[in-house]
Write a protein that binds this ligand. Structure first.
Ligand code: ASP
Length: 363
């Protein structure tokens, strides 16, 4: 783990603006475009925490904010090691704040939000990730608006992990980055928005945030041996041998349409059955972003289910991958992995929510 340089800053609210005690918020900065500056090699996240705060004083002045820089990375470099570092920073201080905002690059923000949703069962405060499509120093940046939404959600929203972006709040396990430059960079897939901003301020529906009666705990064991495959016509079945060779323990296949995988000319089903027999967990989902997969509809899908693959129904690929990385950190028993995966743990899957006290147990 690199030795990250930690810095602290704080913004205290203007007391005359408040009739009640201001909410105590923690802002954790991790880098991304929001904190980037131009360099000879393109944008790099070099804006320090003091400068970041200076740009958004008006949004911050409504809250009692303590800010820390815990990473300075382009989010392409944020991986399971950094998810653990971020989760640790949250857990260390969650009991001292009403909410936490994490500034983060947009490229892998959906993965981090989903991973944190599984790693922080029973979190008692809102944890809200946000970022920007333009650096905060740019005159047309979306950064301060996104931060304002994130701070409002962290101050008054329900407990859970969320992404706030373009005046919308998305459940952490349902977000996908769908645009590279447009300010409407994220969408909530197969799930309503948990919140949005309109002329009445931030509107939230707390019923859409997963509830838990279990005590908050950190579950940060992870195993990144998960491969995501986008199926293409003509894929060579020898690919599955490679997976075994590279010691992957789980495979997510984005299949065609509602759910189909080819077996003519090149029989992928044979390869799938073989790796399942070797103990690799295979999850099947759709390449389509919207609506559920249903592998029981066509013969080309039913054969996949017969091989022992696990259907992901309406989950995003980001949620499938992070859920498997996290489950494999709890158990490597393929049967147990399947049992955990089929449960709705953090709102990622349609169906009744399984309380963390019963994760991985029989329904
Ligand atoms: N490459 C940047 C990152 O993910 C993009 C962004 O933040 O919008 O860190």
């Amino acid at each position: 783990m690199p030795d990250y340089h930690l810095t602290d800053a704080a913004v205290r609210p203007d007391p005359s603006a408040w009739h009640q005690a201001p909410r105590r918020l923690l802002l954790l900065a991790t880098g991304g475009t929001i904190a980037s500056q131009s360099s000879a090699n393109g944008l790099v996240p070099t804006v320090n925490i003091d400068a970041l705060l200076k740009y958004c004083r008006s949004a911050l002045q409504h809250y009692d904010v303590t800010a820390r820089s815990i990473l300075q990375l382009d989010s392409s470099n944020i991986q399971p090691e950094e998810w653990r570092l971020i989760a640790g920073a949250i857990v260390r201080e969650a009991d001292q704040y009403d909410g936490i905002v994490i500034t983060h690059g947009t490229d892998t923000m959906a993965y981090t939000a989903s991973a944190l949703s599984f790693m922080l069962p029973g979190i008692t405060i809102p944890v809200v990730l946000t970022g920007a499509q333009l650096p905060i120093s740019h005159p047309l940046s979306d950064a301060t608006e996104n931060l304002a939404t994130a701070l409002a959600m962290a101050a008054r929203g329900p407990a859970g992990v969320f992404i706030a972006f373009d005046r919308q709040v998305i459940l952490g396990t349902r977000a996908v980055k769908v645009r590279t430059t447009d300010f409407h960079a994220f969408e909530s897939i197969n799930y309503p928005l948990v919140g949005y901003v309109n002329g009445d301020g931030l509107q939230t529906d707390p019923a859409l945030a997963p509830h838990s009666s279990a005590p908050f705990r950190l579950m940060d064991q992870l195993d990144p041996a998960v491969f995501l495959l986008k199926l293409t016509p003509g894929l060579n079945p020898d690919f599955f041998v490679l997976l075994q060779h590279l010691q992957y323990r789980a495979l997510v296949i984005e299949a065609f349409g509602i759910g189909g995988i080819h077996y003519l000319h090149r029989d992928l089903l044979e390869g799938i059955s073989q790796i399942i027999a070797q103990g690799i967990v295979v999850v099947v989902t759709s390449q389509c972003l919207y609506e559920r997969s249903d592998f029981s509809r066509y013969e080309t899908g039913q054969r996949v289910l017969d091989s022992g693959a696990i259907p992901a129904f309406d989950m995003t690929s980001e949620a499938c991958v992070t859920k498997l990385i996290w489950i494999l950190g709890q158990t490597r028993d393929p049967w147990q992995v399947g049992r955990w995966f089929r449960q709705n743990l953090a709102g990622e899957l349609a169906g009744p929510l399984t309380d963390p006290a019963h994760w991985g147990q029989a329904d």
